[in-house]
Design a protein around this ligand. Structure first.
Ligand SMILES: O=C(O)C[C@H]1NC(=O)NC1=O
Length: 245
């Protein structure tokens, strides 16, 4: 009975489709997943500049979701771009895949390792750990040193490098769980968990189940305080699409 809007903040359609199938594989039978991505922006998010651009696209999609009366929103990029702004705009709950995966990891292990893509995005994950209060829980942030879109090519290399970093994490990091640090890794978690014998958590599937939990408990974004709807004012020019629905 829920309609969840899954927003891939980059414009790579194949990634949107891949994460949508991962989301649908865990969604409750009567949960509908509406997978979208911005009409314009960047085809992969690999740094602060890309994040800033993607955040505007996320807000445009949240607005579209509001008009379609979706029950909640997932921001499916490991930088959780635009998360708090999206919570101001939205009436339903909004969850970022990084925060979802991190929360679940702390419930099954005392420390976790994040495995992400490019070294330059490590600082983004570090900032989120601080913002969410999980710095003490994260033993290490590892990278496969491949661009995000390498995950969309038909090659075994990214999967192999992720597996290798998971094995290194198990050997050297004293971590009890792994967090996959990219929306494009969504389909890999269950096989890696089975093969390696350690919880490997993907934020897309984690966010779907957390959103269903919030909705079933009647919990939604608080409009008391700083996440109240934006102060009404004209939003002009290229941002006019962001005027609240
Ligand atoms: O920061 C990253 O490596 C991953 C991030 N970039 C992207 O386009 N989707 C993501 O989840």
């Amino acid at each position: 009975q829920y309609c969840i809007q899954l927003i891939n903040p980059n414009t790579c359609q194949s990634m949107t489709e891949n994460m949508a199938s991962a989301a649908r594989s865990v969604a409750a039978p009567d949960t509908r997943i509406l997978a979208v991505s911005p009409d314009s922006g960047v085809n992969s998010i690999e740094g602060h500049f890309d994040e800033a651009i993607a955040a505007v696209g996320v807000l445009q999609q949240v607005n579209a979701g509001l008009r379609q009366r979706v029950d909640g929103h997932i921001i499916a990029c490991f930088g959780d771009p635009g998360l708090l702004a999206a919570r101001e705009l939205a009436s339903g709950p909004v969850i970022g895949i990084a925060e979802a995966a991190m929360h679940l990891a702390t419930m099954v292990a005392t420390r976790f390792t994040i495995v992400t893509t490019l070294p330059r995005t490590v600082v983004i994950a570090r900032h989120l750990l601080q913002q969410y209060g999980f710095s003490g829980h994260c033993a290490a942030i590892r990278t496969i040193d491949l661009p995000v879109l390498a995950l969309e090519q038909d090659s075994p290399l990214p999967g192999e490098k992720i597996r290798q970093q998971c094995i290194e994490a198990m050997k050297y990091d004293n971590s009890g769980a792994i967090v996959l640090g990219c929306g494009g890794m969504a389909g890999l978690a269950s096989e890696l968990t089975r093969e390696l014998g350690i919880p490997v958590i993907d934020g897309v599937t984690a966010a779907v189940k957390m959103l269903e939990s919030l909705l079933s408990l009647g919990l939604t974004t608080s409009k008391h305080g700083d996440l109240a709807y934006p102060v009404p004012k004209p939003v002009t020019g290229i941002f006019s699409q962001l005027n609240p629905a």
